[in-house]
Structures are given as structure tokens and as C-alpha cells.
Design a binder for this molecule. Structure first.
Ligand code: SF4
Length: 329
């Protein structure tokens, strides 16, 4: 599942996410009804629509005037990012030749100044945190505002346990800082630590009243995790593409997003023109491809000539995809 699914650190996953800001389609919530697999969600796209709109405006998402797929077809609050990277251009030209519709990706990355922050300068370090703060993260957007309203942020702490009182109501959390344990009493406790750390904490908070962990009467906490798949396709070109330039994803096609009866599988995927950075590519070649020594050297020597597409697919719920607490004793 990769190194970046943790949710630890102030700002959580938004610090390192690529900034791609898609909305779900209506079909994503009704896959049992429509495709006979998995289950329908208890909510619909309509239930989320207001919140999509609100957050897109709140953080000035940039995107095309017309987004061709799904229930929301633009315009986005801020204009699309220009210019697009060479990798995105190669992708869009290829799509055009094949008659596949593509567009510039909607991004939580500024295309013009906003809220005291500058627009993107296309240096490409979005996954490392974006030094000029052109990319949105809660670390640079919501958290400073919350501090302005009087919030206190305790960084370098790890919550280890959510404590409940005799009545079974949450009364606060235990956390560790510099090896010392503290208890923070709270009227309201909100656990928002992404899909790995949240179930881990809830399961670790098992107690005599709740031996299976908190909020787990269904025994589904941490079960049937639905991440997205990501399959990369690389092609070497005669001209330099320089994958490291620009934000990692700048062009997209969702032409293959929905179930298509002519294919031998249900559901679909998004094509992202995606630019791996040299270190990321080398790491993947070694760890996932088992490529090493001369072959690795040869591929990395030609790094500037590679173009990349990532297929982001839907992973259906599966009981084997789960978070469990290991007993190391
Ligand atoms: S390309 Fe650079 S400036 Fe633009 S969002 Fe990424 S890190 Fe920030």
C-alpha cells in the first residue's frame, strides 16, 4: 500500500498528496445496483454535492471550464493550470490521435494568487510538501486559521488510546510525547487520521467494555479497506519529456471510468498523465520490478525520455484488505 498512506503528521495526507481533486461519480455509490458487485453506499452523490462545492471554493481548486465526465462538469472556481507539463502534452496529443477525450486535471493547486498564497511555479515537488505553498494542505490552509481562532496544535505526539468512562462515553485521549505519556480530557473527541491510523487507534483502544475496539459493534472497523489501485505505464520517446517538470498530474481522461458492457470486467478507471520523480521511479524499479545494477542504470540514464500514465482504478471491498492489530509479544 505504499509508504504514504499513514495520515501521521500535522496536515496528514494532504501534505504529500498530489493535489488531484476529482469528485466521485453517481455510479460510485450504487455499484451493487448497477454492476452487481460489492455494495451500495448508504449515501449518494447528492448527499456530498454541497460539501464538494464548499471545499472546492474554500481552497480555490483550479480546473477546466468544462469537465467532461460525472455529474459535475465545471467550471471550477479557479482557471485550469497553464502551461501543462510536457508529459501532460504528450498524453493529450496521444489521446487526441486515438479519439479519446482528455482534459487538464482539476487540482488543489493554485493557478492564480489566493488567500496570500502564490500560484504554482511548476517545480514539481508537490509530494514533498510544496515550498511556495501553492498546493493546498490542511497544514497551510485550515490549521493556521484554526490557530488564529485559538486552537492549539500539539505536534510530535502520538495518540495511543481513546479512553472511555464507566458509562462507555469517550472522555479523552492518551498520547505520548518524548517518551512520556499524557492524558488529554475532552468534551468532544474527533478521530480523523485517515484509513490506516483511524482503525488502528480504534482497535488499540479496546477495553473491558469494548473488547473488540471502539465503534466496532459491527466488527467492520478496519475491514474491507478500499484504497485505489495505481498501475503505471511508461514509454520511451525520442525527444526529452522530463517527467519531473510540473505538478505530477496535469492531464486526465475518465473515458473508461464507467462500466462498459463490451469489456470483460465491471467498473473502470481514470487515466492520469503522471510524472514520477527520478528517486521515486528508481525506488519502484528496485522494489516492485526487481530491477537492479546495469538495467537500472540504463533505464535511469534515459529518465528524461520517459513518459508515464497512471491508471487509477477502483478496488472493491475485500475481506483480505484489512487493518489488524498484531500482538508482538
Ligand atoms: S509544482 Fe511546485 S509550486 Fe507547484 S504545487 Fe507542486 S511543489 Fe508547489
Amino acid at each position: 500500500m505504499g509508504h504514504n498512506n499513514s495520515g501521521r503528521g500535522v496536515g496528514g495526507g494532504t501534505v504529500h498528496f498530489t493535489g488531484v481533486f476529482y469528485r466521485f461519480h453517481e455510479s460510485d455509490f450504487r455499484i451493487k445496483t448497477m454492476d452487481g458487485v460489492a455494495d451500495d453506499w448508504p449515501i449518494t452523490y447528492k448527499d456530498l454535492e454541497y460539501y464538494y462545492e464548499k471545499i472546492e471554493k474554500d481552497i480555490a481548486v483550479s480546473g477546466p471550464i468544462h469537465f467532461p465526465w460525472g455529474p459535475f462538469q465545471g467550471p471550477y472556481p479557479y482557471p485550469q493550470r497553464e502551461p501543462i507539463s510536457a508529459n501532460a502534452q504528450v498524453f493529450r496529443e496521444g489521446c487526441e490521435r486515438l479519439g479519446i477525450i482528455s482534459t487538464v486535471a482539476p487540482l488543489a493547486i493554485l493557478s492564480a494568487p489566493f488567500d496570500g498564497r502564490p500560484p504554482c511555479i511548476n517545480r514539481g515537488f508537490c509530494n514533498q510538501g510544496c515550498k511556495p505553498n501553492a498546493k493546498f494542505s490542511t497544514l497551510i490552509h485550515h490549521i493556521p486559521k484554526a490557530i488564529g481562532y485559538g486552537a492549539e496544535v500539539l505536534s510530535d505526539c502520538m495518540v495511543t488510546h481513546v479512553k472511555v468512562d464507566k458509562k462507555g462515553r469517550v472522555e479523552g485521549v492518551t498520547f505520548v510525547q518524548d517518551g512520556k505519556e499524557y492524558f488529554q480530557k475532552a468534551k468532544i473527541t474527533i478521530i480523523s487520521a485517515f484509513c490506516i491510523e483511524t482503525p488502528r487507534l480504534l482497535l488499540n483502544s479496546a477495553c473491558p467494555q469494548f473488547p473488540d475496539g471502539l465503534a466496532n459493534s459491527s466488527c467492520m472497523v478496519g475491514k474491507e479497506l478500499m484504497t485505489h489501485s495505481g498501475h503505471d505505464i511508461f514509454a520511451k520517446f525520442h525527444d526529452e519529456v522530463r517527467l519531473y517538470k510540473g505538478t505530477p498530474v496535469l492531464a486526465v481522461s475518465q473515458e473508461f471510468y464507467e462500466t462498459d458492457a463490451s469489456r470483460d470486467f465491471v467498473r473502470g478507471y481514470t487515466f492520469n498523465a503522471h510524472g514520477a520523480r527520478p528517486l521515486g521511479l528508481a525506488k519502484n524499479l528496485v522494489s516492485k520490478g526487481g530491477i537492479w545494477r546495469q538495467k537500472l542504470y540504463d533505464i535511469m540514464r534515459d529518465y528524461n525520455f520517459f513518459s508515464q500514465i497512471t491508471m487509477v482504478g477502483e478496488v472493491l471491498p475485500d475481506k483480505n484488505n484489512s487493518i489488524d492489530i498484531m500482538d508482538w509479544c
